[in-house]
Design a protein around this ligand. Structure first.
Ligand code: SAM
Length: 461
């Protein structure tokens, strides 16, 4: 029998009377919604503190429920968003915080909510005593790059937290550890016993904090391929890896020799860096990450965009000489634009958001052929031809580049070249406009100029 709130009257009495409590006399917690409500003030306050909400611009709580954590968050950040799926609890919270302009209650499913419109708030702080029933879906939805999350503090089953934080020597180490840790630093903060919840869960819980990993701490690799290999490798833990992974280029012996591990190694015997080495081996990426080549040759142009000579990339940038670049906006049927986040290896604007593809013209190359080439090289799609959308004169706003903006249509998947692109996604134009206005510092200068030129053109037609 599920424990009813009014059955647990003693424990709920204080909650019901306090501002944080529900006004429902009969609320039956639902197991399917992972409803185990925190009853311990000290634990609730402590969890809220871990996300450092004071003066933060934007804090999001997933599954506020009856408000045990919420109560310790309200009034601390500039803006607090509560995402609650339960159709009894969400209106209750809406009513409770009606008069507060700094609290917003969203009645939605946290495994599906659109996060693209939240990039404009800057890296957000996320906290939640997560519904254990959909904990892994929530982790996947909020932590898979690209994400606006800059820090997350979650309470989950201890066993899941152990897996998230485990390293190679730990029993809990597995595919989940690797798939999360390639993008996040995971800290185990505290174990929480079942007694602090109503109804009591059967297992211990724990609190973890996740912060984004600095991409420069790992060599670049194809994330899609890495995910596939890790899942294959851990699909049967007891089996040797050589019987689970596809045939390695150059043979399994040479791969294990480069990793300095035995031929019989199992998935759990390899660290994150070794797994990345495996992915790089299958990609046949044997050279150290080089970034961009300062020796590449560009055309140098005059104020009328006429070629007056050729110099190396390094020289052109150092002397701020006028040169040429193309930006490509790849748009899908829904009118969404693919934005890329530039790799940390880029010599200009590393980790800034940018056009779907962009690059310099090689010496002697036309804008149209550079557009097709850059789209193929950076995001792995062959667009055939592109359509000229705008010509933008060189200025400080374009980093001294005469830019042509080209459009291309594409529906299918996109495969980012990891040394060029950290991550990317499709965005609605209105979300991009709001993001560019709120946080121009998140974007490469050339993109902002192209975006404004394109918006202007659309308004004119
Ligand atoms: N934060 C409260 C606390 O600590 O007492 C409640 C935590 S309870 C473990 C999980 C909460 O998440 C419940 O309020 C539940 O209704 C809500 N929830 C369940 N599934 C959800 C989903 N998909 N999206 C948003 N909230 C969800």
């Amino acid at each position: 029998m599920p424990e009813r709130v009014n059955d647990a009257a003693m424990r709920y009495r204080d909650l019901r009377r306090s501002e944080a409590g529900p006004r429902h006399q009969h609320f039956t917690p639902r197991k399917s919604m992972g409803q185990n409500f925190l009853q311990d003030e000290e634990v609730s306050r402590w969890i809220a503190d871990q996300v450092q909400p004071d003066e933060a611009d934007f804090v999001v709580e997933i599954g506020p429920g009856m408000g045990a954590l919420t109560k310790h968050l309200v009034g601390r950040p500039k803006h607090l968003v509560l995402v609650e799926k339960d159709s009894q609890l969400a209106p209750e919270l809406q009513g409770r915080f009606d008069d507060r302009s700094d609290v917003e209650v969203i009645h939605e499913d946290a495994t599906r909510i659109n996060l693209r419109s939240w990039f404009k708030h800057g890296p957000l702080r996320l906290v939640g005593n997560l519904p254990y029933s959909v904990g892994s879906e929530i982790l996947k939805h909020w932590l898979t790059p690209p994400t606006p999350v800059g820090c997350a503090v979650f309470m989950l089953q201890k066993e899941v937290c152990d897996r998230l934080a485990a390293t190679c020597e730990d029993d809990a180490y597995g595919a989940l550890s690797l798939l999360v840790q390639k993008d996040w630093n995971v800290e185990m903060l505290r174990v929480v016993p079942p007694e602090v919840f109503v109804p009591k869960p059967k297992v211990d819980s724990a609190v973890i904090r996740l912060t984004p990993r600095d991409p420069a701490t790992l060599p670049v690799f194809d994330h899609v391929l890495f995910d596939r290999l890790v899942r294959m490798g851990f699909s049967q833990r007891r089996k040797q890896l050589k019987n689970l992974l596809p045939e390695a280029p150059g043979g399994w012996e040479s791969l294990v020799a480069s990793l300095n591990v035995p031929l019989t190694v199992r998935a759990e015997g390899l660290s994150l860096t070794q797994w990345i080495q495996i992915a790089r081996h299958y990609e046949q990426r044997h050279e150290a990450d080089a970034g961009q080549k300062a020796g590449e040759m560009f055309d140098v142009v005059n104020e009328r965009n006429e070629v007056i000579g050729q110099l190396t990339r390094g020289e052109v940038h150092k002397r701020k000489l006028l040169h040429r670049a193309v930006h490509i906006f790849v748009i899908n049927k829904r009118g969404h634009l693919y934005l890329q986040q530039r790799s940390h290896l880029k010599d200009v604007s590393p980790l800034k958001w940018d056009s779907s593809a962009a690059g310099h013209l090689d010496a002697g190359e036309s804008y149209a052929s550079a557009a097709v080439r850059e789209t193929r090289e950076e995001i792995g799609i062959d667009v055939g031809t592109t359509e000229l959308a705008a010509q933008i004169p060189a200025s400080d706003n374009t980093d001294h580049e005469f830019v042509e903006l080209h459009l291309a249509r594409h529906e299918g998947p996109i495969r980012c070249l990891p040394e060029e692109i950290a991550t990317g996604d499709w965005f609605k134009p209105e979300d991009i406009t709001a993001w560019v206005e709120a946080r121009p510092q998140d974007f490469a200068k050339g993109f902002v100029t192209c975006w404004k030129a394109w918006q202007q053109k659309q308004r004119a037609t």
